[in-house]
Design a protein. Structure first.
Length: 393
C-alpha cells in the first residue's frame, strides 16, 4: 500500500518538521500547510470584509465540511455535527441521553478520563449503574465478559477506540455487533482513532461517535465532531439548546432541528471549521488505509527500538496497536524525561496515572512517557529519538 504522495512531498508540505521532532501527534499533530492556509485565508477575509460577511461568502465551503466528515465516517452530512472538541461532542450525546434510574452503562478500563468523570456524575444524577468490563489477555476490552454483561441487560456501551495512554486499538466492530445483538446503544470515543485508523460507522455499528480535529486528522485545535446515527437523533435531546439547535416557534414553544447540528451552538470558529474540512480532505486524498498502515508500522518500529534500549520498558497493550507508544525509563520520571527531550526540540507528552485510573494504577504503573508517531515521521527521527532516550539522565 502506498500513500498518494511521497514522504518527501508530505514532509515538504508540513513546515513543522523543519523545527521539531514531533512525537506528540496524540496531543496535537503538525498540520499540513493546506490547513494553515485555509484558516489564515479565512481570518484575513474576516478582517477585511467582516466576520458575518466572510462566513456568508464561505457558505458552500462550510457546508462541504459536513460532506467531508460524512465521507470520512461513511455516513450522510445530516448525521454530522461540528463541535469545539471531542469531549463536548461526546458530552452532548451522553448527557442528553434519556437515562432512568438503574440503567446500566458498560465501559472499559481504557475509557477516557473525562468520559469516566461524566459517567460518575450521571451515576450521581440519575442513579445509573456504571459497569466495568475487564481487559482480555491482550489488554483489549474483553468481549466475552462484555457479552455476559450485555445479556443481563444494558442501556449503553461507551468505550474508547484508541486510548490516550497507549497503543491499543480496541475491537470496535466486534463490540458493535454485540451491541446490535443485545440492542444496546453504542457510543464510541474515536478521538485518537479518527485519522489514525479507517472509520466506517455502518461497519462499526455505533450510534454515536466523537472525534477531534487536532490529533491524527492534523486539523486545527478547538475543533471536533460528532456522528449521531438515526437512533441517536430519535432518542437524544441536546442538554442545551439555542437558536441554532432549535427554532422558537411561538412565545411558549420551540422545535429542535431534525439533524445532528442540533448538538452544535450558534457562534463558532469558522476558520477552524474550514481548517477541519481541509484536514479531512487532505487525509482522504492521501488514503486513510495507506496512512493508517504507515502509522502502524512506524509505531511498531518505535516500540521495538525502545524495547531494545537500556533502562526502557514499553507498556502498550492490545492485539492491534497503532502509533501511540508509552513507556518508562528506569531512574528517570516521565516528567523529567519529557523536559529533557523538550530542551532538544523533541516533542513527547506524559500520560499521568491520574488520567487513567482504571488502567495504569491497576497495572501498577506510574505516569508514562508518551511518544506518538504520525505517517509524516520517518525512521531517521526514530533513530534520533532512541539516541536521545538512551542519554536521558
Ligand atoms: C481517547 C480520548 N478521548 C477524548 C479526548 C478529548 O479530546 P478533546 O481534547 O478534543 O476534547 C482525548 C484527548 O486526549 C482522548 O485521547
Amino acid at each position: 500500500m502506498t500513500l498518494a504522495l511521497s514522504l518527501e512531498e508530505i514532509r515538504g508540505a508540513t513546515p513543522g518538521v523543519n523545527h521539531v521532532l514531533h512525537f506528540n501527534n496524540a496531543g496535537s499533530a503538525l498540520p499540513p500547510q493546506t490547513v494553515v492556509t485555509t484558516m489564515t485565508d479565512h481570518l484575513q477575509r474576516e478582517a477585511t470584509i467582516g466576520g458575518y460577511e466572510a462566513a456568508a461568502e464561505a457558505t458552500e465551503r462550510l457546508d462541504a465540511v459536513y460532506s467531508s466528515l460524512a465521507d470520512l465516517l461513511g455516513t450522510q452530512p445530516e448525521h454530522v455535527a461540528v463541535i469545539e472538541n471531542a469531549t463536548r461532542a461526546w458530552d452532548m450525546a451522553v448527557y442528553g441521553y434519556p437515562f432512568v434510574e438503574g440503567d446500566r452503562v458498560l465501559t472499559g478500563r481504557s475509557e477516557y478520563v473525562s468520559n469516566v468523570i461524566a459517567l460518575l456524575q450521571l451515576k450521581e444524577r440519575h442513579g445509573i449503574e456504571v459497569v466495568l468490563i475487564e481487559d482480555d489477555d491482550h489488554g483489549q476490552i474483553d468481549v466475552a465478559q462484555l457479552e455476559v454483561e450485555l445479556a443481563k441487560g444494558a442501556t449503553m456501551v461507551a468505550i474508547t477506540h484508541a486510548p490516550t495512554n497507549g497503543g491499543l486499538i480496541n475491537p470496535a466492530e466486534i463490540v458493535g455487533s454485540l451491541c446490535q445483538t443485545y440492542d444496546a446503544f453504542y457510543v464510541l470515543d474515536a478521538c485518537q482513532s479518527a485519522g489514525q485508523v479507517p472509520l466506517d460507522v455502518a461497519r462499526i455499528g455505533c450510534d454515536v461517535l466523537s472525534g477531534t480535529g487536532r490529533k491524527y486528522l492534523r486539523g486545527p485545535r478547538g475543533t471536533g465532531f460528532l456522528y449521531a446515527g438515526e437512533r441517536a437523533l430519535e432518542r437524544i435531546e441536546p442538554p442545551f439548546l439555542d437558536l441554532h439547535a432549535a427554532e422558537w416557534t411561538s412565545e411558549s414553544s420551540y422545535k429542535i432541528r431534525p439533524d445532528a447540528r442540533r448538538f452544535e451552538n450558534w457562534e463558532t470558529n469558522y476558520a477552524g471549521k474550514l481548517g477541519l474540512g481541509a484536514a479531512v480532505d487532505y487525509a482522504i486524498s492521501l488514503g486513510i488505509d495507506e496512512s493508517s498502515e504507515r502509522v502502524r508500522i512506524l509505531g511498531q518500529s518505535l516500540r521495538d527500538a525502545l524495547a531494545g534500549t537500556r533502562r526502557v520498558a514499553v507498556h502498550d497493550k492490545g492485539l492491534l496497536r497503532g502509533g501511540i507508544v508509552t513507556f518508562t525509563v528506569d531512574g528517570v520520571s516521565a516528567e523529567d524525561a519529557h523536559a529533557q527531550l523538550s530542551a532538544q526540540r523533541i516533542n513527547t507528552s506524559t500520560s499521568p496515572a491520574s488520567h487513567a485510573r482504571l488502567d495504569l494504577p491497576h497495572r501498577g504503573l506510574p505516569t508514562l512517557l508518551r511518544a506518538s508517531v504520525h505517517y509524516y515521521n520517518d525512521e531517521k527521527e526514530i533513530d534520533r529519538f532512541i539516541a536521545a532516550v538512551d542519554q536521558l539522565r
